[in-house]
Design a protein around this ligand. Structure first.
Ligand code: M6R
Length: 369
């Protein structure tokens, strides 16, 4: 069942090129235009949307945070991301013109389900982004966009995360195409870039021996920090969550820009810090700022584990370890930069002799509030 892998998580990490490719499959016509027949919400209603609210929990919420950067950029519709259990218990501003996107691998997460029901009571249209056919959340939603990651068995979510980002991007591009505007013409070009991602993920997977070695070496580590910016910020949060869940190590993710507002006080000699570096060619121009952050923490003794694009030599003087990923457009980078962090957590937990597929205290789907 595990296809020769030591555990389901390792198998599922390795299935990620397929998870993304399969999620992209059949979503465009022969001319390259996005066609989402399954999105049973009228085009008029979708054109009238003036706000998007993404609700989810855990890793799915981090996929939502990534998607927010892309959706606002492409659609120019304000997009919020909220933990489902928080959304439900405050007084959110949601109405008929709000599109709620509920992301859930299992489709059974009670917190997310309750938030879906609440949103619909308030008049919002709800699209579920879900990996499980016939599950409850899609049934309770107006429409569903399935991720085609295949069954995810390990408690820690990996391939579903990449598939969720992919599906949310498809939704964002579809809305951009439907509504016209500056980025409508870009939808096809971005889809083309997305189709190149599975091969890039494979390339990352094929080059992770050093990450495995480092993870084994770090089995006694007490705390690991993760820094990222822009879409790298939710990737940092996801890297930290994987390490907490699997290896029971204290881990925190930060937005790199927040460093000087507090977290830099945590840096002491030997503190391991992963840094997710944006591409030097990103339009947002944040590369230099993140490189400066690496320099700052290194000067205070941090052990810097740097995830950087091929050819980015600026990071080299300040990195104890450079983990390379292929050149990828800025918004698509999480689909490659997350992978080394998953492998790191999986390998470190294995080195500690822990049950990677079934960490203590956790359930695959949380069906209670
Ligand atoms: O099935 P869902 O996507 O709704 O699950 C949401 C979270 O419970 C889930 O992502 C959880 O955080 C995982 N253990 C993360 O690895």
């Amino acid at each position: 069942e595990k296809g020769g892998y030591p555990n389901f998580m390792a198998k599922e990490i390795n299935e990620q090129p397929h998870a993304v490719a399969d999620t992209l499959l059949g979503r465009t016509d022969e001319t390259g235009r996005l066609v989402l027949d399954e999105l049973r919400i009228s085009e008029d209603d979708l054109r009238a949307v003036d706000k998007i609210v993404i609700i989810a929990c855990g890793t799915a919420a981090y996929a939502g945070m990534v998607a927010k950067y892309a959706i606002e950029h492409w659609c120019r519709i304000p997009c919020e991301v909220e933990l489902a259990h928080e959304f439900r218990y405050r007084d959110p501003v949601v109405n008929e013109r709000t599109l709620v996107v509920a992301i859930s691998q299992s489709g059974e997460t009670m917190d997310t389900l309750m938030a879906v029901k609440h949103a619909r009571e308030l008049g919002a249209k709800v699209v579920a982004v879900c990996n499980t056919h016939g599950s409850t959340i899609p049934r309770e939603s107006d429409a569903v966009l399935y991720t085609h990651a295949g069954p995810e068995i390990a408690v820690a979510s990996t391939k579903a995360f990449l598939a969720q980002i992919t599906a949310c991007y498809i939704l964002g591009l579809y809305l951009a195409q439907l509504r016209g505007g500056t980025y409508a013409d870009e939808a096809q070009a971005v889809m083309k870039d997305l189709h190149e991602v599975p091969a890039k993920i494979q390339q990352v997977l094929d080059g992770l021996d050093r990450v495995r070695e480092i993870a084994r070496f770090m089995a006694d580590t007490r705390s690991v920090l993760f820094l990222g910016r822009h879409v790298g910020y939710p990737v940092a949060l996801e890297g930290a969550l994987k390490l907490k869940e699997l290896a029971y190590i204290h881990a925190e993710g930060f937005a790199a820009g927040e460093l000087k507002h507090g977290p830099i006080a945590l840096i002491e000699p030997g503190q391991p810090v992963f840094v997710i570096v944006p591409s030097p060619s990103s339009e947002h121009g944040l590369h230099g700022k993140v490189v400066s952050n690496i320099q700052e923490i290194r000067a205070r003794g941090a052990r810097t584990l740097v995830i950087a694009e091929d050819g980015d030599e600026d990071v080299v003087p300040f990195a104890d370890v450079v983990i390379r990923v292929p050149q990828t457009p800025a918004l698509l980078a999480p689909l490659v930069t997350t992978v080394p962090l998953q492998v790191f957590a999986c390998e470190l937990a294995t080195a500690k002799g822990l049950d990677v597929d079934q960490p203590r205290n956790l359930a695959k789907s949380v069906t209670v509030e």
